[in-house]
Design a protein around this ligand. Sequence first.
Ligand code: SF4
Length: 395
Amino acid sequence: MDLLNTLVDKGLRRELPTREEALAVLATSDDDLLDVVAAAGKVRRHWFGRRVKLNYLVNLKSGLCPEDCSYCSQRLGSDTGILKYTWLKPEQASQAAAAGLAGGAKRVCLVASGRGPTDRDIDRVAGTIKAIKDQNEGVEVCACLGLLSDGQAERLREAGADAYNHNLNTSESTYGDITTTHTYADRVDTVTKAHAAGLSACSGLIAGMGESDEDLVDVVFSLRELDPDSVPVNFLIPVEGTPLAKEWHLTPQRCLRILAMVRFVCPDIEVRIAGGREVHLRTQQPLALHLANSIFLGDYLTTEGQAGQADLEMIADAGFEVEGTDQVTLPEHRVTAGGGCGSHESAGCGSHDGAGCGSHEAGGVCGTAAVAAEPRTDLVAVRRRGAGTDLAPNA
Ligand code: SF4
């Protein structure tokens, strides 16, 4: 296929595809799907080998958010039955993080629900970062606390944060359809602030919220322009009690095409499969490892993932290897170019499962390749273990 040969050549040269080429990837047929995965897999292996970076989420504060993001189980007035709790103490967060690190994660993503942190919240998170870093040499810490005010990114950097996550989620033109309490421009501003403060910027999207192919391409091109070190790709988990609970449109094949398109547009950036991996990719998750070089281990913010041990077995069975703390995630040219944190790069929470801060989860229909998907509500389970409970975390 000429299209795929062209995209591989461009990916190896870090050259931006055209919008038409990106749209064409989303419009490929199921008959061409393995060719698409193989082509994007060449680009993935060129920049990231067969390594899979593991990230671990700690939900520092759950629910009780005043914002109205329609995909989010923690939104204002939601009736989703999720765990609700206020700030974890540093030692509680450190204990939760330790479980993920013991399971093979090299990055801890500290997430808090809410519009954005107060200066006192930044102090709290600074204490948590210190507690985690004191006990785990070499760990990368990413914060995901919502919209940042002036000076807060610098304070997080001084406190030892390596990265900051804030997702764009969807295209600028549809942003007002999913959230009314803040704007797309607010989100761009926070990613820019994080970048300027020397934090590794992590920003991604949620697919499956009713967006068109054009919307998906728009948001991915906007992300590439912001030049984050990592891009989490969420697949909406339609959690009962949220406005998008009936939005079941994603198929495993659709998810693979989306990941391939993101890889072609962001060839040398950490592409992470975030929330919705188990719910929408299901048995096809191993194929997605040929496209993304990063996943979350264990549970998400408010919903459960598959067992951490199953994640590790899947990676090994598919012929990939867990990235160690002594390995640098990003290609050398991105590390030496500045931004972010050398071996640490990217990402934050970006892990929306149906919950969380500004980035969380997703769901929706999809332009030309839309296929009616069977609702798999049986695969959606509210998290009842780990942070905020007395039960051991999944890692
Ligand atoms: S995504 Fe973040 S800001 Fe939006 S409702 Fe959920 S917790 Fe609040």
